[in-house]
Ligand binder design. Structure first.
Ligand code: PLP
Length: 469
């Protein structure tokens, strides 16, 4: 009798999409001899799961395309990886800010093993506004504004806290029409309805990147029909386009929120700035500049709150350490402290508390002049790598006729088109792997080596021409 092998190869799956190569897994030999029971999964699902859980399905589109790239690479094809949302070195390895990993490894046992306080390490809570708001923090304090912060598991935790605490189930959150897809999941988890304003003006307006009439109309509609307003704005270096607003654009958007707050003094109006990619933008702290100059002569409406979702995932290349913070800015010190308390309680009931080790690491870096300078030098190297790839990509696309949304900063570029799936499939035939989305193709410049960018642009342009005729 043939003895069954003790190992079998499981289907390739991954929760994080980083490792799709099949790993051997131990199989209980006795189990293999048992009759295979045929189960009706749908029936079991109906038995076990409520409707909200049954509605969850599907493998992440991004990771599925990444797996296709990896498969092509493993087969020895000249595959180009434009799929992932992590910055890769030109040799395809993960780009790691070496200062962060050195300092991380040097942390004390207590910071490795112990819980952090529920709101975060006291030093980290002070540091987070500095990292999120930047050099203008002192100026904002001088204007009489106050800040507070709560440590979160990544920027995602900050987004979640804002949705969970600023809105109630059934309320509406305002997003731009094109956004990081987990925004929808987060909104659903919080029982929110979603309203949109266009990522780009559909007609000529007073700013090429801000559809002000649409923003004002959405804010007015939400404020009129809901008890509160919350909007997430991913800027600068928007995912998935790379779009960054300039000073004039930021001012228009800020004015719209100020006007909404003034027109509805009984409604809380919260603008959350998702600055996950800010350090890889030309103006990383542009929002702080805009806010500081606006409120140096305009009075802050009491019912306006501005928050930042700070993320250390990209800025410090510690994606998996889950380090972030929600940062609040408002004229009332008591209120910023109170809303931080509310968020701390929400966090306690959701993920308990944020990991201590990365908080201690960021503190050790940014409270030491030499280490902070070394971190910044490494960040600048990564920034220049991204600039170089983007310059080459934009130049190649410029004269091709292929549309490209404003491609300014950060990790991605975006080709708006109806036939995204077909274009991505056509590009894959020439070994370029990109992400088809609803309404366009996302190109991960962050993962394409410098010397492959031109070929990637050519392949994509050809695919676009072939599909769109
Ligand atoms: C636009 C945007 N916001 C927020 C995040 C959250 O990042 P993290 O939770 O890893 O800090 C990401 C991550 O990819 C993102 O792309």
């Amino acid at each position: 009798m043939t003895v069954p092998p003790p190992y079998r190869t499981p289907p390739a799956v991954s929760s994080e999409g980083i490792d799709y190569l099949p790993r051997p897994c131990r199989v209980d030999v006795d189990c293999r001899r048992r009759e295979v029971a045929v189960v009706d999964v749908e029936q079991l699902e109906n038995t076990f799961l409520p409707e909200e859980s049954r509605a969850k399905s599907g493998r992440d589109n991004i990771f599925a395309w990444y797996a296709r790239y990896q498969q092509a690479k493993a087969l020895g094809e000249p595959a180009i990886n434009g799929t992932v949302g992590s910055l890769l070195e030109n040799d395809g390895s993960l780009a790691v800010n070496s200062v962060v990993s050195e300092v991380l490894r040097a942390q004390e046992d207590v910071d490795i093993s112990s819980y952090a306080p529920l709101a975060g390490l006291p030093g980290f809570i002070e540091l987070a506004p500095e990292l999120a708001i930047g050099p203008r923090l002192a100026g904002l304090h001088e204007l009489g504004l106050h800040t507070s912060a709560v440590a979160t598991p990544g920027g995602t935790g900050a987004l979640y806290l804002s949705a969970r605490t600023a809105l109630a189930m059934g309320d509406t959150i305002l997003l731009r029409s094109l956004h990081w897809s987990p925004y929808d999941r987060l909104a659903q988890e919080c029982g929110l309805k979603v309203a949109h304003w266009p990522i780009m003006p559909e007609e000529v307006t007073n700013h090429p990147k801000v559809d002000l009439p649409a923003l004002e109309a959405e804010l007015e509609s939400i404020a009129s029909n809901n008890p509160r307003v919350l909007s997430w704005l991913n800027d600068p270096a928007h995912n998935p386009t790379g779009l960054s607003l300039d000073q004039a654009g930021r001012e228009l958007v800020l004015d719209a929120f100020i006007s909404c707050a003034r027109a509805h003094p009984d409604k809380g109006v919260t603008l959350l700035l998702d600055t996950a990619y800010a350090v890889y933008a030309e103006e990383p702290y542009g929002w702080s500049e805009t806010i500081c100059s606006k409120f140096s002569w305009v009075e802050w409406p009491e019912n306006l709150l501005i928050c930042w979702a700070f993320s250390a995932s990209k800025s410090h290349t510690i994606y998996g350490m889950r380090c972030g913070a929600i940062v609040f800015l408002h004229p009332s010190e008591d209120y910023v402290n109170r809303v931080a308390e509310v968020c701390t309680v929400t966090g306690r009931g959701t993920w308990s508390l944020a990991p201590r080790l990365p908080q201690a690491t960021l503190l050790a870096i940014h409270r030491d002049e030499d280490k902070a300078a070394a971190w910044a030098a490494e960040r600048d190297r990564l920034l220049e790598m991204l600039h170089k790839r983007r310059r080459a990509f934009n130049e190649a696309v410029l004269s091709s006729g292929m549309p490209l949304l404003p491609s300014d900063d950060g990790y991605f570029a975006y080709v708006p088109c109806d036939a995204a799936q077909e274009i991505a499939e056509r590009a894959a035939e020439d070994f370029l792997y990109v992400i088809p989305m609803n309404g366009g193709v996302r190109v991960g410049l962050c993962s394409i080596p410098d010397d492959e960018v031109e070929r990637a642009a050519e392949v994509l342009i050809n695919a676009w021409r072939t599909v769109t005729g």
